[in-house]
Design a protein around this ligand. Sequence first.
Ligand SMILES: O=C(O)CCC(=O)c1ccccc1C(=O)O
Ligand SMILES: [Mg+2]
Length: 331
Amino acid sequence: MTTRCYHLYRYSIPVDSQLILRNRFLKRREGLLVQIKCKENEGWGEIAPLPEYSWETLEQAQEQAIQWLKDWDAARSRNEKLSFDGLYPSVAFGLSCALAEMKGSLQTEGNYQVAPLCYGDPDELYEPLDQMQGEKVAKIKVGMYEANRDGMIADMLLEAIPDLYLRLDANRSWTPAKAAMFAKYVKPEHLPRIQFLEEPCKTREESRRFAEQTGINIAWDESVREPDFEVVTEPHVTAIVIKPTLVGSLEKCVSLIEKAQNLGMKAVISSSIESSFGLTQLARIARQYTPDVTPGLDTLDLMEYQVVRSWPGSGLPVADFNSGFITEINF
Ligand SMILES: O=C(O)CCC(=O)c1ccccc1C(=O)O
Ligand SMILES: [Mg+2]
């Protein structure tokens, strides 16, 4: 009799009609839930490649996950381990979470105090910021409208809320001239409360120059996933953003976190728009490995349902295994 078993489920839930990823509207968020059981221990993970960001499709991820589970079972019966090397990032992340849960190495408490995310209307921030305990930090997407408007909004919020810290995210959208235009509208005395601006310009070199010229701290996000990236100290680079679904196994994420922490930089655990299932695991990872940093996980409200595990305090309905949104994959 075998002591190991595993199951895969596919979820597909409707999302808020406004959600645009790069060039495309996302109508449903789809992904896999994997369950691994070994004797009386079990662990779960979410594998959810993000369209427009992940290189792998859900079909490719599913096929690879099935193969890995079969190989893992065979390896374990010879008392060997099976590594996550060569797997797609989303697959490595989901499987490594399932193993970590099973082994009890992923703690159960999470950090559900996230940085409220604003896509352009600053009025939406006042209420969540009012509810926030401890460090007041919000994240604003910039680079979608005029750069001077972005600058004015950031400046206005920093002026109106004296204990507010901001994270801004330009997703590499600004030319050096536009980035300079943004900076011009933020009063110098407010600049220290910009914790960081993620990837202001199209290239790392332009972003570095922007930081040097304006004194605004920056963070790497897209760069972290590029093959030549290394965590090193650089002037004005105060953080790296880690999106585990796009980065890879939990072990790989933890190694990046430790490198950043050793160099005095923040490592920010951030969402790739996972379901509540994956987001609650990310909140646990954040609490365990980045206890002093507010994670960037405020994306649950883009969805119309939660998936199986609920986020504390969320009022969204929870889709369970019998809901019709989740189907088992037989293999
Ligand atoms: O980091 C956060 O606070 C929220 C997550 C987020 O912004 C994001 C989510 C999915 C894909 C890309 C991005 C991004 O950082 O641009
Ligand atoms: Mg970003």
